[in-house]
Design a protein around this ligand. Structure first.
Ligand code: BV8
Length: 238
């Protein structure tokens, strides 16, 4: 493992343009469950029943209960060492941006500046009809929109079946396409279109995860916990 992390440090040092892509495995050490591991969310609820746009329209009480629970659980979570190392690596000029599938907001909370929230942010609430921003409390209390009056408040996250925010998607793709190194951390790469990133870079692709995934040809794979690996990487580069 140590040799692999030293190889990762060398790849980053030799890269003029490093982009990081993260998934739910980046947040589990902050006590946010991921989705597809044995104790992940999707083993408790069917994502297609709660995290898609049809659920919003047809099963609002279930949708509301699922997202209210996740919003409330954010009160108890903070970034872990790995989030802070990524922010320090950006400040030191080693990484250009982070493209994250996570909706926790922990990268920005740890101080990362250029963060593309590809699947939105759980802490941001909007009206589904007129996009008017609202408070978390308005969502939790099922208030009506204070602009269009509709009872249609929801977290500003990308549900299955919805397209990703175009401007954020475009910026993230440009960074990935221009990158000399793409560091992928804590994702099963099962969700489209973000799972296409490894094919979009002309640079080296590094995969850091608790378990292997098929269908990709990584230049370097480090199987282990993101927080521990990033902590070790920080000792080498910072
Ligand atoms: C779209 C927000 C068009 C909501 C999410 C059939 C085949 C292929 C694709 C499709 C299909 N049918 C439909 C589709 C498209 C669909 C899709 O991909 N479905 C899949 C599931 C089959 N995609 C969409 O609908 C997307 N929209 O395609 O629009 C379009 C086209 C072109 C351009 C733009 C748009 C919208 C997808 C977004 C859905 N919203 N989240 C919410 O979170 O409630 S996705 C959901 O999965 C999560 O948010 C999460 O971010 C995402 C990906 O999961 P991961 O992050 O990878 O998490 P996972 O648990 O899977 O893996 C974690 C890994 O970490 C594990 O391997 C684990 O071992 C590891 N790990 C755990 N702890 C650690 C660790 N590793 C290291 N250290 C640790 N400590």
């Amino acid at each position: 493992m140590k040799r692999a992390i030293e190889e990762l440090a060398a790849i980053i040092k030799n890269s003029k343009n490093t982009v990081v892509m993260t998934g739910a495995g980046m947040d589990t050490e902050s006590n946010i469950p991921d989705f597809r591991s044995k104790d992940g969310w999707w083993n408790k609820v069917d994502p297609m029943k709660v995290a898609n746009i049809d659920a919003f329209y047809e099963h609002y009480p279930t949708f509301h209960e699922f997202y209210s629970a996740r919003i409330k659980s954010l009160d108890r979570v903070v970034p872990h060492k790995g989030h802070y190392v990524l922010a320090d690596l950006e400040r030191a000029g080693y990484i250009k941006s982070i493209a994250t599938q996570n909706i926790s907001g922990l990268h920005s909370q740890a101080g990362s500046k250029t963060v593309y929230e590809l699947h939105g942010n759980l802490r941001r609430i909007r009206c589904n009809e007129c996009y008017q921003e609202h408070s978390i409390d308005d969502f939790l209390t099922k208030a009506a929109c204070n602009y269009c009056g509709k009872k249609a408040l929801r977290p500003d996250v990308v549900l299955f079946g919805e397209t990703l925010p175009a401007s954020i998607w475009d910026k993230a793709i440009k960074d990935v396409e221009d990158s000399d190194a793409l560091i992928i951390i804590g994702t099963s790469l099962q969700v489209y279109p973000v799972n296409q990133f490894p094919y979009m870079t002309r640079g080296k692709v590094v995969f850091i995860n608790m378990e292997r995934v098929d269908g990709y040809n990584f230049d370097l794979e480090i199987i282990g916990k993101a927080g521990e690996i990033l902590n070790e990487l920080g000792h080498i580069l910072l």
